[in-house]
Ligand binder design. Structure first.
Ligand SMILES: N[C@@H]1[C@@H](O)[C@H](O)[C@@H](COP(=O)(O)O)O[C@@H]1O
Length: 256
């Protein structure tokens, strides 16, 4: 793996041989951050991509390398209309892949409530809660094929806050693989805003697989634009893209 600042862009790019190495690298970055600040505030992501990272963190917890006792976490997003016990809810995902296996205090794992009576008020309270604990120290991100981060679809304002959003057609189609049929995919979600994400002190973007290669190239090399939300990350002062070879395959050699 090689490390280098990219030319015209701000992010650091770490290119790893495969998805497992990239996932392990992200788990190591999170472990180092928790070791440096046990009462860390983490921003966490869902999707297929970070599953292996969570597996490495669970293994690290079991062998005593990482301790979540004093940590707090805020997840990026949740589908509107899915209860915590719905197998496709992001709360369920987080319990299944991380929270049920490590020693986070259950009082300090925040995921937006997709069944809140007043989702608009809930989203705004979620944003305030992040501020109340002092902001996110390290935010983990994945990326949608259209460049979305969290559920900030193309066109989301750079200054947006945690809010209720409509999912893009392509996102509904893509996420349909997790549901019995496409019409079961919720059409709305609560997501941290791009402005909320930008307040994190450090951001780690994990992307693996050839299906992410084009949007990774756009995000790192094209001028930052709200049409590709992840490209706005070029404007953040502390972003690391951790990529496997496949996701990095459209980047010029000099970047990695
Ligand atoms: N809201 C999530 C995002 O936070 C995630 O980054 C993205 C990519 O998912 P995957 O890792 O499965 O490609 O999909 C979802 O829509």
């Amino acid at each position: 793996m090689s490390t280098e600042k990219t030319g015209p862009t701000q992010p650091i790019v770490l290119r790893c041989p495969d998805a497992d190495a990239a996932s392990r690298k992200v788990a190591d970055l999170i472990t180092e951050a928790i070791t440096a600040k046990p009462a860390i505030v983490l921003g966490l992501a869902t999707g297929a991509t970070p599953i292996q990272t969570y597996e490495h963190l669970v293994a690290g917890f079991r062998n005593g390398r990482v301790d979540f006792r004093h940590a707090t976490s805020f997840n990026l997003d949740e589908y509107i209309g899915l209860e915590a016990k719905h197998p496709q809810s992001y709360r369920y995902y987080m319990q299944q892949h991380l929270f049920d296996h490590v020693n986070f205090s259950p009082m300090r794992t925040y995921v937006p409530d997709g069944c809140a009576d007043d989702p608009v008020a809930h989203a705004s309270a979620y944003d305030q809660e992040i501020g109340r604990v002092g902001g996110i120290d390290l935010q983990l991100l994945g990326i949608g094929r259209n460049g979305h981060i969290g559920f900030n679809e193309p066109g989301s304002p750079a200054a947006s806050r945690t809010r209720v959003v409509d999912l893009a057609e392509v996102t509904i189609k893509n996420n349909a693989r997790y549901f019995d049929s496409p019409d079961q995919v919720p059409k709305k979600a609560i997501t941290m805003g791009i402005g909320t994400i930008f307040e994190a002190k450090q951001i780690v973007m994990l992307a693996t697989g050839a299906s992410k290669a084009k949007v990774i190239r756009q995000s790192l090399l094209d001028p930052p634009t709200e049409s590709v939300p992840a490209s706005l990350l070029q404007l953040h002062s502390s972003v690391t893209f951790v990529l496997d070879e496949a996701a990095a395959s459209e980047l010029p050699d000099e970047i990695c």
